[in-house]
Design a protein around this ligand. Structure first.
Ligand code: SAH
Ligand code: SF4
Length: 356
């Protein structure tokens, strides 16, 4: 095993303690995150002895792409291999296409969302989730989280200054790996690096209430998404065993105390499963539950996989559910499974407002 440290694991402030003078760290960040140069030797504005020192102490470990599947809708699922050969997935979701005017002048650049993994597997064990089936192996390091985005940007030739959003909706429970995830949030945000600000990063959680509080106390400015999926504790326990530890009321309380930008909303993900939680009675309860929270609901159609115990709901029912929420003043979109044809296991689904 190499004793070299992966430089992607470090925030700029941490590196500044190891590398002097400080401005060299900015230059290194610039090479890696904005010029996509992953060889210290090629960092031509660094003195030779520093390059030598860096080479001896650090590596630049970019996750290796071992598989890539493109969906008809344009989303791309990546399978990455890590240094210890564990694999994780990430998904690139084109949110907006490039737009040109009639003279061929570029009006708007393409926009992307990247869905990243935070752990190899997951401990939470939700009954509908494919990630849970494989059990839990380990946490990802900050550099392995950041590296997924870097690898995708390089692979798709996405320029450094293109707007990218991050959602922590891949494999794993991000709040179960809060130390490393919070560091990744900081590294992503660095203006000398990828420059993806906290308001463009959404943490999705199954509802680890004490960790929601801890994340809030960190005041990072990230957005929060709660995987709610059910409005009564009995069903939620069945779907998400974590509900035994932190029930719906506890989660809602944690959300109400979470600091959020006044202009932003907490997202509630509601996975609709045929005949389980797709009825108007549930919609009614949901409206009640969200009373007093600046929220938006994302209805996710359950994405069946071979051997899954649940079924995909009928779209008519989903639309009725949405209509009920909208009629009662709750913002609500329907997310169509992105990449159904590429078996997007990570469950990340593109927002598509079927209303429009
Ligand atoms: N562990 C975190 C983040 C990863 S899961 C969480 O649970 O929030 C990201 C989203 O994908 C969650 O809302 C999850 O409920 C959803 N998901 C998992 N399996 C799915 C499936 N088979 N079909 C649709 N969505 C799924
Ligand atoms: Fe883990 Fe999220 Fe899957 Fe539940 S839905 S098992 S919390 S990844």
């Amino acid at each position: 095993m190499s004793l070299k440290k992966n430089i992607l694991d470090f925030t700029k402030e941490e590196l500044e303690k190891e590398i002097t003078p400080k401005f060299r760290v900015k230059q290194i960040f610039n090479w890696i995150y904005q010029k996509y140069i992953f060889d210290f030797e090629k960092m031509s504005n660094l003195p030779k002895n520093l390059r030598e020192d860096l080479k001896n102490s650090f590596s630049i470990d970019i996750p290796k792409i071992v598989n890539k599947e493109t969906s008809k809708d344009g989303s791309i699922k990546y399978l990455f291999s890590l240094k210890d050969l564990h694999t994780v997935e990430a998904v690139l979701l084109p949110m907006k296409k490039e737009e040109y005017d009639e003279n061929g002048k570029l009006l708007q650049h393409a926009r992307y969302t990247i869905c990243v993994s935070s752990q190899v597997g997951c401990k939470v064990g939700c009954s509908f989730c494919l990630t849970a089936k494989g059990g839990f192996s380990r946490d990802l390091t900050p550099g392995e989280i950041v590296g997924q985005v870097l690898a995708i940007k390089v692979d798709k030739n996405i320029e450094a200054n293109r707007r990218v959003n991050i959602v922590y909706m891949g494999m794993g429970e991000p709040l179960d790996n809060l130390d490393n995830v919070s560091k990744a949030i900081r590294i992503f945000s660095d203006e000398n690096g990828l420059s993806i600000g906290p308001r463009r990063q959404t943490i999705s959680t199954s509802g680890l209430a004490p960790k929601i509080k801890k994340l809030g106390d960190m005041n990072l400015g990230v957005l929060l998404a709660i995987s709610l999926h059910a409005v009564d504790d009995k069903l939620r326990e069945e779907l998400m065993p974590i509900n035994k530890a932190y029930n719906i009321e506890t989660v809602i309380k944690a959300v109400k105390e979470f600091p959020i930008d006044q202009r932003k909303r907490v997202m509630f993900e509601y996975l609709i499963i045929k005949d389980l939680n797709d009825d108007i009675k549930s919609a009614k309860k949901l409206v009640k539950l969200l009373n007093g929270i600046k929220s938006k609901v994302n209805l996710i159609l359950f994405n069946p996989y071979p051997g899954s115990p649940y079924k995909r709901p009928e779209i008519e029912k989903v639309k009725n559910f949405q209509k009920y929420l909208l009629d009662h003043g709750v913002l609500c979109t329907i997310r169509e499974s992105k990449g159904l044809d590429i078996s997007a296991a990570c469950g990340q689904l593109k927002e598509k407002n079927l209303q429009s």
